[in-house]
Design a protein around this ligand. Sequence first.
Ligand code: PNS
Length: 183
Amino acid sequence: MNHDKRIAIYPGSFDPLTNGHVDLIERSLKLFDEVVVAVLHNYKKEGVFTVEERISMIRETFPDTPQIQVESFDGLLVDFARIKGAAAIIRGMRAASDFENEFQMALLNRKLSKEVQSVFLITGQRWIFTSSSSIKEAALFGGDISDMVPIPVLKKLMGQYPKLHKTIEAKKINSSKICPVDL
Ligand code: PNS
């Protein structure tokens, strides 16, 4: 383990990155010197975006932050954590419904490795209802999710979902003064 730098792994599917994730990454940097955002290469479950696309969106969101590394991994998370010299696995907890799954995962990871600790951060209140899957569903039907994802992700979602593209374009035309979207 690297004792000079406190490294944390922040694993997930990130299909795609949301502002809830961004908030967690930024807060993790207050606790750790370096955060490795680890995108799971899940051969069983295909996402909307490829792993390479997810990684690009995350890197574009944090272009000037060398303390944030973005990588993909497969196999066991604890093995990847060991390779990276990480002291902790960061997970966000939105509500009680997240707890069961996170609790099981943390116990299993602890059984598999005693070298890495699970650290839970409570999701920022503003992002409690934000999840990658609900964003994709809303985007599919043209729901305005522009304040729930970073700009690089919004652009990518607009390319993927024509109805979202229409919604955002209409918003820019109708309310250019109050529109927070700067594309
Ligand atoms: O964003 P997600 O889908 O909730 O992330 C789940 C993730 C990637 C953290 C979890 O599936 C994982 O760690 N997978 C790697 C395989 C592994 O180590 N499994 C044992 C612990 S669950």
